[in-house]
Design a protein around this ligand. Sequence first.
Ligand code: HEC
Length: 89
Amino acid sequence: MKKMIVLLVALILLTIIVFINSCKVPEKISDKSGAQLWGEICNRCHTAPSPEEFNNKNWDIICAHMQVRAKIPEKELNKIKAFLTSKGN
Ligand code: HEC
């Protein structure tokens, strides 16, 4: 009988731990790099264009355009823009 109670308590504890872990907030957006955000956000509606596809002046305009289109928060957009303009001219 005692064994059963110990087993039951262990099972309840396990359930609670699994439940708490499932509620954990996933990786924060602020922890993600520009490249990561570019891969996730810019691939949502179309294939994400690579940094080499446009020059930096065009990226300025495209990012402003896509910010309005996709309602991308300023912080994320700045990171993506930094990534996109890091290789171009
Ligand atoms: C909400 C959907 C959506 C997301 C997210 C999105 N785009 Fe777009 N994108 C579009 C649509 C729709 C077009 C076609 C032009 C239009 O109708 O505005 C487009 C067009 C483009 C073009 C063609 C040039 C232009 O300005 O029209 C480029 C380049 C582009 N997107 C880059 C990006 C980048 C970089 C990101 C990530 C920051 C991104 N897009 C995220 C919907 C999206």
